[in-house]
Design a binder for this molecule. Sequence first.
Ligand code: SF4
Length: 359
Amino acid sequence: MDHQTTKIYEELKTKIRGVLPESLLPDFELQAKASLVKEIRELKKQKNAVILGHNYMEPVLFYTVPDFRGDSLALSKRAAETNADIIVFCGVGFMAETAKILNPTKKVLIPSQKAGCSLAEGIKAEDVRWLKKQFPGLPVVTYINTYADVKAETDVVCTSGNAVKVVEWACKEFGTKSVIFLPDKYMAENIANETNRKIYFPNKNNLTDTPNYKNVPTIIGWNARCYVHEQYTVDHVKDLRSSFPGVEILAHPECPPDVVKVSDFSGSTSNMVEYVEKHGLNKKIALLTECSMADNILANHPEVNNNLIRMCNLRCKYMNTITLEQTRDALLHEQYEVNVSEDIRKRALLSVTRMLQIG
Ligand code: SF4
């Protein structure tokens, strides 16, 4: 290894060995990763590129090549501000599309074409048009985990960190008590619980039980789910509480509502990081979310090692397709370029910009 690669390798060892011991990541593999990191950093400079890394990236990638790290909201803000010529999105497809919506003149790349999302794939633009016809006058609030053509049919986008705030904003702005909230079934139910609204899931084949949504505050939802978070159950929470008395349980709002109800806190991945930073020295904490999250927090905060309980068996297969090798290839061959048609982009931009303004 040359001097620079050795330096990266040493830094990596210090950063991630507490999370990924040699039994999980042998030393020769870590050395190979250090060499890839060096290559990626050089390519970034040569091509005036910026790399955005989502919180669900695996720790070695997460702590080495991204210029900015965070959740969808934080990364959308970064994407809106960058001066780079190329944006490489180490995340999933809808995130890269959002970066393109915000940066039409820049080249946006996603390192893997397989980086999909079960939520984004759970709804189509024609479904939104159908819903708008069934519930005229209601604003459409759409979770950021959707593709650009769905965002284009939407009044305002939200993330897990600001969903309640955006729903309240939409009701005020459009003068309604109710909203259409898409596409996450569980997040819609969790918001309905938090804001004291009724929940209703329309069925394309049967609309006979349509609620009195004009007078009764209601969330009109859809039936898409995150295949990772839907796997958490109340039994997981019970097991955690009996194995670790006093544990605080943090559930992502994509978890089923019965799980959120028996948890102590529900919030976005960024909210979880803040929570662990604030309380991790004094309390045992378990995170009900994608498993790289806890690895990444722990790599950055080894002092909470005895308190952070990692349930590391729920890895998102879509996030997992993004590797250092593919990130290197993305920069080297400028692949895979993300494009959004101008008509869709302009309409989607309005709903994304509203989200950024609401904050
Ligand atoms: S964790 Fe769930 S919501 Fe996130 S990308 Fe994977 S499938 Fe989509």
